[in-house]
Design a protein around this ligand. Structure first.
Ligand SMILES: [Cu+2]
Length: 199
């Protein structure tokens, strides 16, 4: 009998503690989706950029930086904006050079030596993909992707692309391939938004 009373007292204390420190259990509220996965099939290796419905996204204040360090380019793939200065830095004690070719045409953009702890600045004026290498050190290579906005991806060899977590709203989608750019409005809504190029 006495044990039952103690048990009841403990149970009362326990319940009181529960109610004072933890909210009552409730079912989680359903969270409305506000982002979409934007997918599509476009020409192979096309540059796909989502832009605001009107105007261009703000230009970053800082230059983009492709560094040469430990006989590597860092980052291996750099996204830069059209009109944004790109600093090609040499951050080590050995001389390098920077050779940049436009990927589609193979045409040379520039080829300069980069002395230790110096930099060369170039501003790309057109959307494109660029192959970067150092002629002195085999295997030192990188890619620069130049696009009009930060929401950019490159379609695969099969033309497929996917951009997850894109906020619902009105955009323009800009697709660059074979030296041309196709641009069209895109309404992003629902779990998945399919891009269909109309030309
Ligand atoms: Cu080098």
């Amino acid at each position: 009998m006495i044990f039952i009373r103690i048990g009841a007292a403990i149970a009362v204390v326990f319940l009181a503690a529960c109610s004072s420190t933890e909210p009552p259990p409730t079912a989680p509220l359903p969270v409305a989706a506000t982002t979409s996965e934007v997918t599509g099939v476009v020409p192979k290796n096309a540059i796909v950029t989502l832009l605001p419905a009107s105007g261009d996204p703000a230009m970053p204040v800082e230059p983009a930086v492709l560094d040469q360090i430990s006989k590597q380019f860092l980052p291996h793939t750099l996204l830069a904006r059209v009109g944004q200065p790109v600093e090609f830095r040499n951050s080590e004690d050995m001389p390098h050079n920077v050779s940049v070719l436009r990927r589609e045409s193979g045409s040379e953009v520039f080829n300069v030596g980069t002395e230790p702890h110096q930099k060369y600045v170039h501003t790309f004026e057109r959307v494109g993909q660029f192959d970067v290498k150092c002629d002195i050190h085999e295997g030192m290579e990188a890619t620069v992707i130049v696009a009009r906005g930060p929401m950019t991806t490159i379609a695969g060899d099969d033309g497929r692309f996917s951009m997850p977590n894109i906020a619902f709203g009105s955009y323009k989608v800009s697709v660059t391939f074979s030296g041309q750019t196709v641009e069209q409005p895109l309404e992003v809504s629902g779990a998945r938004t399919q891009v269909k190029l109309t030309r």
